[in-house]
Design a protein around this ligand. Structure first.
Ligand SMILES: C[S@@+](CC[C@H](N)C(=O)[O-])C[C@H]1O[C@@H](n2cnc3c(N)ncnc32)[C@H](O)[C@@H]1O
Length: 193
């Protein structure tokens, strides 16, 4: 059986919306992340809702806020906002209090044009916007954490340095459920500066 089928089948069996939940699960498990110590999560680039659904179903007491440019099917208890991350500062309906969130996760992936330079710049621009949003949203606490998908490309080193300016501890992750041929990787940041 091909690896990608294994994760997709597992997600289907376990009632999750996407195989992406196993990427998040592995990243958080690797740092012994304790959801019992947190109250709130912002999920950026959330559709179809796998990550938000996973957290809300396992930890119903946690407030989950999700953002995506695309709509998602309702997830009971999750506050969803259909908007572009570029507009997060303009969102008047977004009842988020800056500097109060425990966990900001982003699996955001822009549409690929196929033109390498354009795609790499789009990814970098969105990564930086997401990082800046996370910096504003997260509270200063030992349990605050940021996880972001990015890609192995010519901007990766630069972006990792950007994350290091905001967080004292930065780690790189390539979870087993992430397709090996895909250039995606994840960075996590802890200990907000
Ligand atoms: C890989 S999917 C996320 C999967 C999700 N983590 C899950 O578990 O279901 C990436 C998402 O990023 C969203 N996205 C891309 N560009 C965006 C933007 N500028 N603002 C908000 N969301 C965006 C896409 O619409 C897509 O739904």
């Amino acid at each position: 059986m091909h690896t990608q089928d294994k994760w997709a089948i597992k997600a289907q069996k376990e009632g999750y919306r996407s195989r992406a939940v196993y990427k998040l699960e592995e990243i958080l498990r690797s740092s012994n992340y304790d959801f019992n110590k947190i109250n709130s999560v912002v999920d950026i680039g959330a559709a179809p809702g796998g990550w938000s659904h996973y957290i809300k179903s396992k930890f119903p007491a946690i407030d989950v806020y999700a953002i995506d440019i695309l709509p998602i099917d309702n997830i009971v208890g999750v506050n969803f906002f259909q908007t572009d991350i570029r507009s997060i500062d303009e969102l008047e309906i977004f009842p988020l209090k800056m500097g109060t969130f425990d966990l900001v996760i982003s699996d955001l992936a822009p549409n690929i044009t196929g033109i390498r330079d354009v795609d790499e710049e789009n990814i970098y621009e969105l990564n930086v916007i997401t990082l800046q949003a996370a910096k504003k949203l997260l509270k200063k606490s030992p349990y605050s954490k940021f996880i972001i998908k990015t890609f192995q490309n010519t901007n990766l080193k630069k972006f990792r340095q950007d994350v290091s300016q905001y967080f004292n501890k930065v780690l790189t992750h390539k979870p087993a459920a992430s397709k090996s041929k895909s250039g995606e990787i994840y960075l996590s940041g802890e200990d907000l500066i």
